[in-house]
Design a protein around this ligand. Sequence first.
Ligand code: ATP
Length: 232
Amino acid sequence: MPLLEVDRVEVYYGDFKAVSGVSFSLASGQVEALIGANGAGKTTLLRTITGLLRPRAGRIRFDGEDVTGLPAEALACRGISMVPEGRMLFPSLTVEENLQMGTLTRRVGPWKLDAVYDIFPALKDLRQRNATQLSGGQQQMVAIGRALLSNPRLLICDELSLGLAPVVVEEIYRTFERIRGAELAIVLVEQDVARALATSDQLTCLLEGQVTLQGESREITLPEVTAAYFGE
Ligand code: ATP
């Protein structure tokens, strides 16, 4: 049984349909890359899976349970956690206080503060610093660490590399390989199409809210993705 099933989901803003009949399913331990041009509906779909938006049609099932329309808090407690676009740290809190926000779901699992400091050693020295005093890359590490501390079963990452220097992006994705585990499924939005293909097991390309390409990443070629990306 898949951990996550997105089944013909449609999401609107008023009369505007931003996501149109999108389906995919994802097993534990697998990574789904979601790609598409600006405005394709990627963030809308992620926010729907995390319960921040309600679909007007279609179903979302998590671990066999129909969770369509459940609020974000209820989904977080079931193990769906998001690293949002723009990191969304609490500016008045320290690094460690920001990290600890992740423990509010009280889920138990392998991720504790020490485990986060183990994969991001730089954060340990900075733990009493205010979050706003960090570089963009360090802030992204805090956002990832905070999500991991909720011990998620599904981790949702919206554009991890946005605004970061290439060397920092490399570092984040190297750590990503240590985070992937048999018990964790990941949905990843990534603008770098080659990286999205290389990092994922399966891929969905959206264009204006609709799926233009879907399949196993190792069977999809870069020219195919490029054509689907631009709707050629
Ligand atoms: P980007 O790469 O720019 O983040 P995206 O693929 O994540 O793009 P979305 O942000 O999901 O796309 O937006 C999908 C469509 O919905 C776009 O046409 C966008 O203008 C529209 N949209 C997004 N948020 C809202 C909103 N709050 N109200 C109305 N329309 C919105």
